[in-house]
Design a protein around this ligand. Structure first.
Ligand code: PEP
Ligand code: MG
Length: 569
């Protein structure tokens, strides 16, 4: 049987189905003895907390700190006095522990899900995860233990929660398929981080297979085959071997420069979110870091803003581990969908268009100062470049740059050593700054194009909304023209231009971006080698012709066709 889902990562998995069937929760009826039920709740809560702590310990072996932060959120939830008080209140009024837990959880989930904010919608998923565990513990139901799997399997599940993915043992998990989820769902992001083949949003998968069935999944195409024929098994086994061979073959490019056939060199660098990611940067042959998203440092912190010392340590580690390669650190990009537990944002109708990133930092110089001091102090440990997010006007850029220069003087006056070789640049992710790029380039040392936001703002299409996801069109000629303006603007003043949005690591975009003259491509570390393979097989002069043709196209699909003809050849 053949099913289609959403492709998330790459690779082929062939193996036996392990069906992750969650216990069926049946809420009891009648009333309970409050004394007894309160004791049941206490015991179940204690077990829930220790379960989550254990999962976090196991997960810390494979996940980065920002990915582990999810378990802190779960622990906070399980220990939240308000959550518990509401359940206790209902028990005192005669409800049984399971009834009270279900009612309170459903109410909170409903409340968070109805909020018009991605951050709170995610919190609803956390509450569901925690309350499911709590209910199982109250009812004495066993939650399947993924860590107990001791043979190679493909996991099939309705949904993979954060605690499920964290429990996956890479040794035995060949891949996974889920009934629900989209390209940006938590499960999909985890699959890429773990390097596992995964297909999500595969409607009908749960009712189409049983434990032990033979299954094939092609994570690049989103294809799932249950009970394959001998012929299909042979075909996909060959595909699997080819995929692994190609992956291994890429290793020869590990320390090779990224040079086109006609001798044009570009830089392939990595996006990181924490110092721990430097392992991946080094293992994948990145030529530096093009985007260090520092907001994770702020989001990991639960009580207060990270101190200057904490930040200094993180930046120093990254700079030292880069051994002289450039590290582009982006200053705090908070707001929009990224919230902090210890900082209250005033409600806004359109947080993506609101008080965020550099707008907030220029307004709250106290917050900005701590980060800039930490960065400048760390600058002597490597090659630091600083860039500001969400710059819309030249005045904003000048103010932010001046703030860095003033802080540098302040540190020097304190006798602190600061590097004299720090490039100060900006993200181009608002159409206004792309249009005025040639003028911005008189002030900024470099640009990095943030296509995730640039496309969202150009198309007026919320990047968090599945319904308008079709408007995420990196190859639309309108976007290509904005990119061209930005690159040409940088070059007109002798500056360099990079790209750190998802488009920077998109194989379909690489030929056009090369032709448009992009100097630096920044992407998830695992994409560096495949992109180097593409770049080293292309001719820059030919790609310039391709880019010129693409700029004259009318639709994204026309550009795609052009690119496909190049990549095939
Ligand atoms: C972007 O907008 O393209 C970008 C790289 O920044 P972020 O995804 O963090 O908004
Ligand atoms: Mg952005």
């Amino acid at each position: 049987m053949y099913l289609k889902g959403i492709a998330t990562s790459s690779g082929i998995a062939i193996g036996k189905v392990y069906k992750l069937e969650q216990p069926n929760i049946v809420i009891s009826e009648g009333t309970g003895d409050p004394q007894q039920e309160l004791q049941i709740l206490e015991n179940a809560l204690a077990k829930t907390i220790s379960d989550i702590e254990q999962i976090k310990v196991r997960a810390s072996a494979t996940l980065a700190p920002e990915e582990l932060a999810i378990f802190d959120a779960h622990l906070m939830m399980a220990q939240d006095p308000e959550y518990k008080d509401q359940i206790v209140g209902m028990i005192k009024d005669g409800s049984k522990a399971d009834q009270a837990t279900k009612t309170v959880s459903d109410m909170m989930v409903g409340m968070f899900e109805s909020m018009d904010d991605a951050y709170f919608k995610e919190r609803a998923a956390d509450i569901k995860d925690v309350s499911f565990r709590l209910l199982c513990n109250i009812l004495g139901l066993n939650i399947p233990d993924l860590t107990a799997i001791d043979e190679e399997v493909v996991i099939v599940a309705e949904e993979m929660t954060p605690s499920d993915t964290a429990q996956l043992n890479k040794k035995y998990s060949l891949g996974f398929v889920t009934e629900i989820g989209g390209k940006t769902s938590h499960a999909a992001i985890m699959a890429v981080a773990l390097g596992l083949p995964a297909v999500v949003g595969c409607t009908g998968i749960m009712s189409s297979c049983k434990h032990g069935d033979k299954i094939i999944l092609d994570a690049k195409e989103g294809d799932v085959i249950i009970d394959p024929t001998e012929e299909q098994l042979k075909e996909y086994e060959e595909k699997r071997v080819r995929f692994l061979e190609e992956k291994a073959a890429l290793q020869v490019l590990l320390d090779k420069p990224s040079i086109t056939l006609d001798g044009h060199q570009v830089e392939l660098v990595a996006n990181i979110g924490s110092p721990k990611d430097m392992d991946n940067v080094i293992a994948n042959g990145a030529e530096g870091v093009g985007l260090y998203r520092t907001e994770f440092l702020y989001m990991e912190s639960t009580e207060d803003f990270p101190s200057e010392e904490e930040q200094f340590k993180a930046y120093k580690v990254v700079l030292e581990r880069a051994e002289g390669k450039r590290i582009v650190v982006r200053t705090l990009d908070i707001g929009g969908d990224k919230k902090l537990p210890y900082f209250e944002f005033d409600p806004e109708m359109n947080p993506f268009l609101g008080y965020r990133a550099i707008r907030l930092c220029l307004d709250r110089k106290d917050i900005f100062k701590t980060q800039v001091r930490a960065l400048l102090r760390a600058s002597v440990y490597g090659k630091l470049a600083i860039m500001f997010p969400m710059i819309a006007t030249i005045d904003e850029f000048k103010a932010a740059k001046q703030f860095v220069l003033d802080t540098k003087e302040e540190l020097k006056a304190e006798g602190v050593e600061v590097s004299d070789n720090i490039e100060i640049g900006m993200m181009v992710e608002i159409p206004a700054s792309a249009v005025l790029a040639d003028e911005f380039a008189k002030y900024a040392d470099f640009f990095s194009i943030g296509t995730n936001d640039l496309i969202q703002y150009s198309m007026a299409a919320d990047r968090m909304s599945e319904k308008v996801a079709y408007l995420y069109q990196p190859l639309n000629p309108s976007i290509l023209r904005l990119i061209k303006m930005t690159i040409d603007g940088a070059h007109s003043q002798g500056r360099w231009c990079g790209m750190c949005g998802e488009m920077g690591g998109d194989p379909m975009a690489a030929p056009v971006l090369l032709g448009l003259g992009l100097d630096e491509f920044s992407m998830s570390a695992t994409k560096i080698l495949p992109t180097r393979k593409i770049i080293t097989s292309l001719n820059k002069a030919e790609m310039e012709d391709l880019a010129n043709k693409a700029l004259k196209c009318h639709t994204e699909s026309e550009v795609s066709e052009l690119v496909k003809s190049v990549l095939k050849g």
